[in-house]
Each structure stands twice: as C-alpha cells, then as structure tokens.
Design a protein around this ligand. Structure first.
Ligand SMILES: [Zn+2]
Length: 103
C-alpha cells in the first residue's frame, strides 16, 4: 500500500475509535449533563463527516438524526420497535428517526 494511503487508513481507524469513545462518554454523562451528551454526539458526527465514516448501526438508535440530541427512552424521547424498525421519537425537535434492523 502507498505510504500516504496507509496513513489515511490509520487516521480513519483512530477516528472510528474516537467516535466510539464519544458515544461511550455521551452515555456516561447523559443523566447528569444531557447538554454535554448532545455535544459529544455533534462531535462524533463531525468526526465521521471529516473522515467519511459510516455511522455504526448500534449508535444510530442512540441519538436524533435531525438535531443530534442523545436520546434515552422515557427521559427525552421514546423508542419503539415494530416490524423490524426501531423508531426514535425526539422530545427536542418532535421528529422521528427510523432505524431498520434485522431480527
Ligand atoms: Zn431531535
């Protein structure tokens, strides 16, 4: 592999790791600091855009794709599962996020 391509690959791996950590932190701080959790989701999104990364499916169900608020069912939103589709309702922007998943 070309050295530059290899470096780019390494940067992408680091970025993925960073995104993982941001979501973990968002999960940790959510109950005390939902505003901070929201910020971590925004940062994770920005990192993914920069490195053209895909959002892993496990994270898609954790935040609102319209306003990037971290969502916890029963706290600042609702989560419903029906016919293989997870529907996330956001209390902040009053919109739905649909995430299809395999059973
Ligand atoms: Zn929202």
């Amino acid at each position: 592999m070309h050295p530059r391509a290899k470096r780019k690959q390494e940067e992408k791996e680091l970025a993925k790791e960073h995104v993982r950590e941001l979501f973990m932190q968002a999960d940790e701080v959510f109950s005390q600091r939902p505003d901070l959790a929201h910020r971590y989701v925004c940062l994770a999104r920005a990192t993914q855009m920069k490195y053209k990364l895909r959002m892993p499916r496990e994270y898609k169900r954790k935040y609102c794709k319209h306003c990037y608020h971290y969502i916890r069912s029963g706290v600042n939103g609702r989560v419903r599962i029906r016919d293989g589709v997870l529907t996330l309702y956001c209390d902040h922007c009053k919109r739905f996020t649909r995430v299809p998943f395999k059973r």
